[in-house]
Write a protein that binds this ligand. Structure first.
Ligand SMILES: [Zn+2]
Length: 91
C-alpha cells in the first residue's frame, strides 16, 4: 500500500463519534461513494455526494461483509484507528 497519501478534505463530522474529520488517507482525493474509516472511533462511513460522511445503510454493510477483499482493507485501516491503537498499547 505504498501509494497511500493523506489528503486534506472539507471538514466533515463522523456520524458515529462526532469528531471533525479533515484528512483522508487513501489513493488520491476521495470521491462520493468512497468508504471511510474514522481514525477516532474506527467506524466505517461513506462519502456522500457533497463529500460529508454518512453512516452506511444495512444493504451497504451487507455488501461489504460479503466482499472479503474489501473487508480486509477496512480491517487494515481500522487497525490504525484510535481504539485499536489504545487496545494494542495495553498488550
Ligand atoms: Zn468516529
Amino acid at each position: 500500500m505504498s501509494e497511500l497519501q493523506r489528503t486534506r478534505i472539507e471538514p466533515s463530522i463522523c456520524p458515529f463519534c462526532g469528531v471533525t474529520l479533515e484528512l483522508a488517507t487513501g489513493r488520491g482525493v476521495p470521491e462520493p461513494g468512497a468508504l471511510s474509516v474514522c481514525s477516532e472511533c474506527g467506524e466505517v462511513s461513506v462519502f456522500s455526494a457533497d463529500l460529508t460522511h454518512r453512516a452506511l445503510t444495512r444493504t451497504e454493510i451487507e455488501k461489504i461483509m460479503a466482499n472479503v477483499k474489501l473487508s480486509r482493507k477496512i480491517a487494515f485501516f481500522q487497525a490504525y484507528s484510535k481504539p485499536r491503537r489504545d487496545a494494542s498499547a495495553l498488550n
